[in-house]
Write a protein that binds this ligand. Structure first.
Ligand code: HEC
Ligand code: HEC
Length: 283
């Protein structure tokens, strides 16, 4: 029997053992065969974006994110890998070419720096990959979906009760994130929950559920988007900052020569005082 036959026999046994995992591994098995037969592996490059979205079950995706938070290195991996693993299983190539640990550094607001919540970061990678170049109305949808996702996040009282059935700590206190920043989102919750240690089990539960909540909503939105049902909601500033944006909004062209406009849709009062409340239009 030739080496090649041996390899084939091994593979078919492995396929039986692994079930659906064999489908995921199909690419690397093929590469192994070529190497055994002495054929040089043809260099392939990833196809250009966008890659095809496959309709996914939002609850299954969210539960994976909750679980991966604990076993795959935190929120960045949790959100990215929950979607990627499902896309690999249900969509196959080219998703199978993506490395699993691409977003692990996004945990705790990227390397522990407390900037963007990693759950948002991991999800944004996939959002861009499937919606890149999609233009509806006047907006590029990869940007619109990411922007509205961050806006949605800031408004949420996290964590929801959606994953309480698989959590050892159901019914946790819910606190509004206020911004897409890890530092704000986690600190506001920790203060309200009386959690003083970042390694506290309650904080880990909370963030695992947040990753699940983010992925649940992203999966729902992308399913609807590709069924032609999702239209990006128009961003509206909260009441407290409506007037700020009137003068300083990113899209207030008349103010541009005065350099009043700023880049962003975050809650201004988190970082600025309201200089107009002192009865002055300028500081
Ligand atoms: C009626 C228009 C108006 C509104 C409303 C307004 N601003 Fe301003 N803001 C100004 C003007 C004018 C300046 C001065 C610009 C300059 O000096 O070039 C300014 C300057 C600023 C600056 C720069 C301060 C500095 O140190 O240079 C910040 C920050 C700012 N505004 C934040 C806000 C925030 C936050 C709000 C809402 C809570 C707000 N503004 C509402 C008109 C406005
Ligand atoms: C995460 C904190 C943060 C948030 C949220 C934030 N800002 Fe700022 N903003 C800053 C900092 C820091 C500066 C730089 C201030 C300085 O150097 O004096 C700044 C600068 C500005 C300036 C002066 C910019 C320029 O180019 O002259 C304006 C105007 C301003 N912010 C308005 C806003 C408005 C309006 C919002 C809400 C839509 C907002 N900011 C949200 C932190 C923030």
């Amino acid at each position: 029997m030739t080496t090649r036959d041996d390899a084939r026999r091994q593979i078919s046994r492995r396929e039986v053992l692994r079930g659906s995992a064999a489908i995921v591994a199909a690419g690397s098995v093929g590469a192994g065969l070529a190497a055994i037969a002495g054929e040089p592996e043809a260099p392939t490059s990833a196809p250009p974006l966008p890659w095809k979205w496959v309709k996914l079950d939002p609850l299954e995706a969210g539960r994976r994110a909750y679980h991966y938070y604990k076993v795959k290195g935190g929120c960045g991996s949790a959100s990215y890998l929950s979607l990627l693993s499902l896309l690999k299983e249900k969509g196959g190539h080219p998703w199978t070419t993506m490395p699993d640990m691409l977003m692990v550094h996004a945990a705790a607001g990227f390397g522990g720096h407390g900037t963007l919540c990693g759950a948002l970061a991991g999800a944004s990678v996939i959002i861009n990959m499937v919606t890149y170049g999609e233009k509806r109305d006047e907006y590029l949808q990869n940007n619109a979906i990411v922007d509205r996702l961050f806006w949605w996040y800031a408004e949420q009282d996290f964590p929801s009760k959606r994953f309480d059935d698989i959590s050892p700590m159901p019914k946790q206190i819910r606190v509004k994130a206020m911004s897409p920043l890890c530092h704000t989102s986690v600190s506001k919750w920790s203060l309200a929950a009386g959690v003083k240690d970042l390694h506290d089990q309650a904080k880990i539960e909370r963030c695992a559920k947040v990753a699940g909540d983010v992925i649940y909503i992203v999966t729902t939105a992308l399913n609807e988007f590709f069924e032609g049902k999702w239209v990006a909601p128009v961003w509206r500033p909260s009441l407290a900052i409506e007037h700020c944006v009137g003068c300083h909004g990113p899209g207030t062209p008349t103010e541009k020569p005065l350099r009043w406009n700023q880049q962003g849709h975050m809650e201004c009062l988190m970082c600025h005082d309201d200089h107009t409340s002192l009865g002055r239009s300028s500081p």
